[in-house]
Design a protein around this ligand. Structure first.
Ligand code: NAD
Length: 417
């Protein structure tokens, strides 16, 4: 069964849910629910056989009241205008809830990158960067990697921008390779903020995370690093999964060894000493903590009734359908929302930008320390709103904090012209 919602409508609903608890003028609320502008463009580039191909691409700049637009660029056949709009809005509220001085943006090209050679992807990326050039910039809009893009694409975009502008502007994009101006600690950032969010939540609940059990769905960048860092706290990682299936060991898996096994064999399945279980069994296992770190809409209303974890920390973006979220709230299961828990990526992107602007490098220790400070302060803000306003769950609390910050920034600037 699927109760997936249109992502743009889900975003608007989340803002409405938060606004009920705030005193915001209706006209301003409408502004907070819609993008300021969306670029829709068609990119024509040369294939390796000399033929030309034209593909659709977007960049949505949702809200810039708190700072330059910030958000990734994805390459995926499922990219749509509505999806890009929604994702750009979530970036606004993600940056606001962790209080970094950015607005939100998102972009995408509607392609399956697996169908193109590296040279074709480079020409396409440079073509997109040329279209984006008038609207991006270190103080305007700062893209980053997203689904199917990474350091390579970011380095090409930086190079295209700097060449056309005849300048040096490493802060025009984040998620770059270290030698092109990237930051230490960026690769680990999302897994680290997930671990920190879990640690803070358990402390708030008066529970010992060092004695807890955890199941992790998805064993890529976010999931495998969160598992490793939780294991470092003493948490027992009893189950993990990837797209090929799950593995379970009630005595605890070694997350590093599972990662090595996956690198060698392509899957977590078959890891020595573990039993195979299904992906759904990983999500419904009786554990203290569940970390969904795969795709959106992983837990729907039906599955939510079978979830046995006490706490869910969302490493993935939107792993719960809106119906599942309601069921879990009713069942008293604590859900630590994605906009906060997986914000480590954008927070360290912000540190990368700060280092680029100041032309200096931070050590990995400094990045880790600053990330911990930003996450713990953001958690305090969410809990304060949750308790003081008697809100229904932590997601609403995070949106109340974030929407209020954006509305205040707009009000302080005033309406002009
Ligand atoms: P990734 O591609 O590195 O890993 C995804 C993992 O999920 C893979 O191991 C894949 O096999 C697994 N998977 C896919 N379908 C599955 C299924 N049905 N059941 C179980 N596992 C499944 O991606 P990532 O960068 O780790 O991102 C994961 C999630 O975290 C996404 O929702 C992403 O939007 C979100 N996120 C990532 C970052 C980041 O910096 N990497 C930042 C913010 C949010």
């Amino acid at each position: 069964m699927s109760d997936e919602a249109n992502p743009f409508e889900s975003l608007q609903e989340q803002i409405d849910d938060a606004a009920v608890h705030l005193d915001i003028d209706d006209g301003v609320l409408e502004r907070l629910k819609r993008p300021e502008r969306v670029l829709e463009t068609n990119l024509t580039f040369e294939r390796d056989d000399g033929s030309l191909e034209t593909v659709r691409a977007y960049r949505s700049q949702f809200n810039g009241d708190r700072g330059p637009y910030k958000g990734g660029i994805r390459y995926h056949p499922g990219v749509t205008r509505d999806e890009v709009k929604a994702l750009s809005g979530w970036m606004v509220y993600k940056c606001a809830v962790v209080d970094i001085p950015y607005g939100g943006g998102k972009g995408g090209i509607e392609i399956d990158p697996a169908e193109y050679s590296m040279a074709e992807l480079e020409r396409l990326t440079r073509s997109f960067a040329t279209e984006l050039r008038p609207i991006i910039g270190e103080d305007r809009d700062i893209p980053a990697p997203d689904v199917n893009t990474g350091q390579r694409e970011m380095n090409w975009i930086k190079n295209t921008y700097e060449t056309l502008e005849n300048t040096t502007a490493p802060g025009v994009i984040t998620g770059k390779a270290i030698d092109s101006g990237g930051s230490a600690g960026r690769v680990e950032a999302t897994g680290r903020s997930t671990m920190l969010a879990a640690r803070e939540t358990f402390e708030w609940l008066g529970r010992d995370i060092g004695n807890a059990t955890v199941a992790v769905q998805g064993y890529g960048n976010a999931g495998s690093i969160a598992a490793r860092l939780l294991d470092d706290l003493g948490t027992r990682v009893v189950a993990v999964s990837d797209s090929s299936g799950g593995i379970h060991d009630p005595d605890g898996l070694d997350p590093r060894a599972v990662r090595e096994h996956k690198s060698e064999t392509g899957a977590v399945e078959g890891y020595s000493g573990s039993e195979s279980i299904t992906n759904d069994e990983v999500l419904t296992l009786d554990v203290d903590l569940l970390v969904p770190a795969a795709l959106g809409n992983a837990i729907d209303t039906d599955l939510a009734t079978d979830v046995s974890a006490d706490v869910i920390v969302e490493a993935a973006n939107g792993p719960l359908t809106p119906g599942a979220d309601d069921v879990l709230t009713e069942r008293g299961i604590r859900v630590v929302p994605d906009v906060f828990a997986n914000a480590g990526g954008v927070i360290v992107s912000y540190f990368e930008w700060v280092q680029n602007r100041q032309r200096l490098h931070w050590t990995e220790e400094r990045v880790t320390e600053e990330l911990e400070r930003v996450i713990t302060e953001a958690f305090e803000g969410i809990i304060e709103a949750y308790e003081a306003r008697d809100l229904q769950n932590l997601r609403t609390a995070a949106y109340v904090v974030a929407v209020e910050r954006v509305a205040n920034a707009y009000a302080q600037g005033g309406t002009w012209p």
